[in-house]
Design a protein around this ligand. Structure first.
Ligand code: ARG
Length: 385
């Protein structure tokens, strides 16, 4: 369908409704980002890539023309379910901080683009958690809500993950925002923060407590050190990111929660151990009777290894899927090799400091970012052979 320029812009004007007024409460946590105009080049690049990988031999020209017409008429366009599923899988394949990408082809996409209210988004996000957790037999999944209209903010989940503990210092901002929005903490340890959803419809921030049937948590113990159970440590089974948007073919999917299973170091070496997180290593080292001042044998390393064993053992004995850093990094290198075989070596990218396990985390040097200058300052040492 080809329309004259004038008719086209008239139609576009009728179809383009003004963005809803952004509610002040939604503005609170940082700036509200507005989706850009749909770039026609991004539309055709994406669709051509999709056809080349999924239906080689089929000419994408009809689909590209249809999509571009829809953009010209309405300012945006609609992905088919197949396009959306493939996009989400490839977004995972391309995630350069993720060491678990080997499973990208198995990601299950839940298309919820018709769910637009904050209550609906919260309910579907909790359902995502329940389905993906699957009583511990975790299934990697992404739930996709409606993309942002160009020029408008899209729906957004303000939390970083579906599950976050209120007493983890990392979540201070979310905790404050939840309290400002009326949430009252129980005061108990391991309080889960509510989901904060801004549907982008001008209705403001919705606050939704985590329903008990959507979260699975694992108490942490150690087979050889029964005293560890008395620490009362625990962690949730499903890491599910809610703070990233997916950009596909010129569209912004601003609410698209996704997740899979944990690698044990994420919980044991970072979340429970970091001095700026739950900082449990000193107590473990003390219980082990380790010398807290020896500069030779580092009690932190020993305590961290014990905690890694504890997390692996606890998840496994509770029937919750978890991977260990050795097997996960072996899988990762196999993934890289497969990508090269598939002719995508030139697209390969990984963020070294993220995909390498954090075993050196108990040392202070790990937590500092360094500039690396191409030219060292003078005087300098230069590698000679
Ligand atoms: N590192 C984050 C955490 O400890 C989770 C990031 C995603 N991890 C994953 N295994 N899918 O909560």
């Amino acid at each position: 369908m080809v329309l004259h320029g004038e008719i086209r812009s008239a139609v576009k004007e009728i179809l383009t409704v003004a963005c809803p007024v952004v509610h002040p409460a939604a503005l609170e946590q940082g700036s509200v980002e507005v989706a850009p105009e749909v770039d026609p080049a991004a539309v055709s690049v994406f669709l051509e890539q999709f056809y080349a990988e999924v239906a080689p031999g089929v000419d994408p020209v009809m689909r590209v023309r249809q999509a571009l017409n829809q953009v010209a008429l309405t300012g945006t366009y609609t992905h088919t379910q197949d396009e959306l599923t493939w996009a989400a899988r490839v977004a995972w394949r391309n995630a350069d901080r993720c060491v678990g990408r080997a499973g990208w082809g198995s990601l299950v996409v839940r298309d919820r683009r018709t769910v637009t209210s904050s209550a609906g988004i919260a309910a579907e996000t909790f359902e995502h958690a329940r389905w993906s957790t699957n009583d511990g037999r975790i299934r990697p999944a992404m739930t996709v809500f409606a993309p942002a209209r160009p020029g408008c903010p899209g729906p957004r989940i303000r939390n970083e993950q579906i599950f976050r503990y209120a007493d983890d210092p990392m979540n201070q901002n979310t905790r404050d925002a939840a309290q400002r929005a009326g949430w009252v903490p129980s005061g108990r340890r391991w309080d889960l923060l509510p989901l904060l959803v801004d549907a982008g419809d001008g209705a403001g921030l919705g606050v939704f407590s985590v329903p008990a049937n959507s979260v699975l948590e694992v108490p942490i113990g150690h087979p050889d050190h029964p005293w560890l159970a008395e620490f009362g440590l625990r962690w949730y089974a499903l890491p599910a990111i809610t703070s990233m948007r997916m950009e596909v073919g010129g569209l912004w999917y601003s609410a698209a929660p996704f997740g899979g299973w944990y690698m044990e170091t994420e919980i044991a070496t970072r979340n429970l151990a970091d001095t700026k997180r739950l900082n449990v290593l000193p107590a473990i080292a003390q219980a082990l009777g380790l010398d807290p001042v020896s500069p030779w044998i580092d009690w932190r390393d020993r305590a961290a290894v014990l905690l890694n064993e504890a997390v692996l053992w606890s998840f496994r004995t509770h029937g919750v899927k978890v991977s260990a850093h050795r097997m996960e990094t072996e899988r990762f290198l196999a993934f890289i090799a497969r990508e090269r075989q598939a002719g995508r070596g030139h697209l390969e990218s990984a963020d070294w400091s993220w995909v390498v396990p954090p075993s050196a985390c108990p040392t202070p040097a790990y937590h500092h970012y360094y500039r690396s200058e191409p030219e060292q300052p003078l005087p300098r040492l230069v590698r000679d052979r």
